[in-house]
Design a protein around this ligand. Structure first.
Ligand code: MD3
Ligand code: FE
Length: 216
């Protein structure tokens, strides 16, 4: 279904093709931002944000939680998706319909029909938190895009190539921005620079990033 570009819930202020398959929908989530943040608070009351450990023994500076049938986790044994929260042993909170609808609308606007995410990783950045260059490759089907939603404080995003050493482009991701990463961009290296201190009216001193994925 083609979303109405002038719908108050998903007005596209600007569409930018970053690269083949990577589409920035500036402010696409703005009309739904307050509801998205309320849902993040509900999820975190059931599955708290935590700083996970990498297989190499580092503690990630971004805190994470998940909702949906599957959640992404890392620990000393590796990276994977699993259906339960390792901290509680309980299933992850259900994916709010708003999340899957937004992801489907954004994917559709970027030319990927019928995107049905089964996992949503929620990252929380406080000042100084960052994410170093990596590829997302724990999902089963790289033909499926990933939809990311930025909320709160802005951050400089790094978008590299298919090799770790390809020089990344820098893109500012701001409150309400949605990016669809598919096609040949799906396996490109990416990361975010350290969050600068600030105050956002909706999220305070932090940035949230939702990544909606088809893991299985
Ligand atoms: C490009 N998150 O959770 S979102 C991640 O801002 C992650 O929290 C960052 O990278 C964040 O894995 C970046 C943008 C993003 C997400 C997934 C991608 C860019 C991507 C997958 C493939 C290519
Ligand atoms: Fe990533």
């Amino acid at each position: 279904m083609t979303p109405d570009l002038f719908d108050q819930n998903s007005a596209v202020a600007a569409v930018l093709a970053l690269a083949d398959g990577a589409v920035v929908l500036r402010r696409f989530a703005l009309g739904r931002a307050e509801a998205l943040v309320r849902h993040i608070e509900t999820v975190q009351s059931q599955a708290a944000f935590r700083q996970m450990k990498t297989p190499g023994g580092y503690t990630m500076s971004a805190a994470m939680t998940n909702c949906g049938r599957l959640g992404w986790v890392t620990d000393r044994t590796g990276y994977r998706y699993q259906s339960t929260d390792p901290q509680s042993g309980e299933p992850w909170p259900a994916m709010p319909a708003l999340f899957s609808r937004l992801a489907g609308d954004a994917a559709c606007a970027a030319g990927f029909d019928e995107f049905a995410p089964d996992a949503c990783l929620i990252n929380r950045y406080r000042p100084g938190a960052r994410m170093s260059l990596h590829q997302d490759k724990n999902e089963r089907d790289f033909g499926q895009p990933i939809v990311s939603v930025s909320l709160g404080l802005p951050v400089v995003f790094q978008f590299g190539g298919l090799r770790r050493n390809d020089r990344p482009q820098r893109v500012l991701l701001e409150h309400g921005d949605v990016v669809v990463w598919g096609g040949p961009s799906r396996l490109r290296y990416h990361g975010v620079l350290a969050l600068k201190p600030g105050q956002h009216p909706l999220t305070g001193e932090c940035r949230f990033n939702l990544t909606l994925r088809r893991a299985d």
